[in-house]
Design a protein. Structure first.
Length: 278
């Protein structure tokens, strides 16, 4: 039995027992984040990672937080897939996934080879600008393209989502907003986002498991969070059913801006507080 320092300075971690190694503070934050993030995911179809990271990144190591976000998002997408399965058009979603395929490894490469704070800060500013553009565009007619140009634009959106996902884990935000700009209804927008996120987070989970960066506390945190987030997600799904398409799109854009703002604030805190985790 021995103790390990936590990101917040505490040292109450017993790794030698057969019980959980997570301390009471960690368990409380994991459950709170899973409940809040699960409910928002149920209503919006994404943003689980944005919410849970707000509560757990101070009490868990950065690699554990990343796996909890990726694993939790994958489980949530799988759990709610039956609700949107009939609305998913895999053929029209394929162009986004084809774009994301080279984008994801590029994003991971950028994160590994460039200054993480600088690249994530740039991504945060980019998403905020994109969000405000989308809010303005929402008052106008949906974006229309010729078939060829539309395919190119959709592929570029998928590629951008892949890059941003590799750098920050916020990949589904970009296509989620784009689907609304293309004039999709809330069900179409949600089902396309679900398909993209399912493949995206599935690929991320495989990469994390293959690289051996998944620790015991990450697995424990995900196990504890799963039943909480699933119950919350099914409750949040009731909210989705009551939203109009326009209200749903505004909420998606607002969450995208919030997620980018959180990313910016976190990079500022990392720069301002010596020893903070990236």
């Amino acid at each position: 039995m021995h103790e390990r320092a936590l990101p917040n300075g505490n040292t109450l971690v017993n790794e030698g027992s057969f019980g959980l190694t997570l301390a009471a503070e960690q368990l409380a934050m994991v459950c709170a984040g899973a409940a809040t993030g699960g409910a928002i995911f149920g209503a919006m179809g994404f943003a689980y990672g944005i919410v849970i990271s707000l509560l757990v990144h101070h009490v868990l190591a950065a690699p554990d937080v990343v796996f909890m976000i990726v694993g939790g998002s994958l489980i949530l997408n799988l759990a709610l897939l039956p609700r949107f399965w009939r609305e998913i058009r895999w053929r029209s979603t394929a162009i986004y996934l084809l774009g994301a395929a080279p984008g994801l490894p590029l994003g991971l490469w950028l994160l590994a080879n460039l200054d993480p704070q600088a690249i994530r800060g740039f991504i945060g500013v980019l998403i905020i600008a994109y969000g405000f553009y989308a809010l303005r565009q929402q008052l106008r007619e949906p974006l229309r393209f010729t078939a060829a140009r539309g395919s190119v634009m959709d592929g570029l959106v998928g590629f951008t989502g892949g890059v941003i996902g590799g750098v920050s884990g916020l990949g589904p935000i970009v296509p989620a907003v784009w689907f609304g700009l293309r004039g999709m209804s809330k069900v179409e927008q949600r089902s396309h986002t679900q398909a993209f996120a399912l493949v995206f987070f599935g690929a991320m989970a495989v990469i994390l498991l293959a690289t051996g960066t998944v620790g015991r506390q990450a697995l424990e945190g995900l196990a504890v969070a799963t039943p909480v987030m699933l119950v919350a997600a099914y409750l949040g799904l009731r909210g989705f059913e009551r939203l109009s398409s326009s209200a749903f799109q505004r909420a998606v854009i607002s969450l995208a801006i919030l997620g980018a703002a959180v990313l910016l604030v976190r990079q500022f805190l990392i720069a301002a507080i010596p020893g903070s985790s990236q």
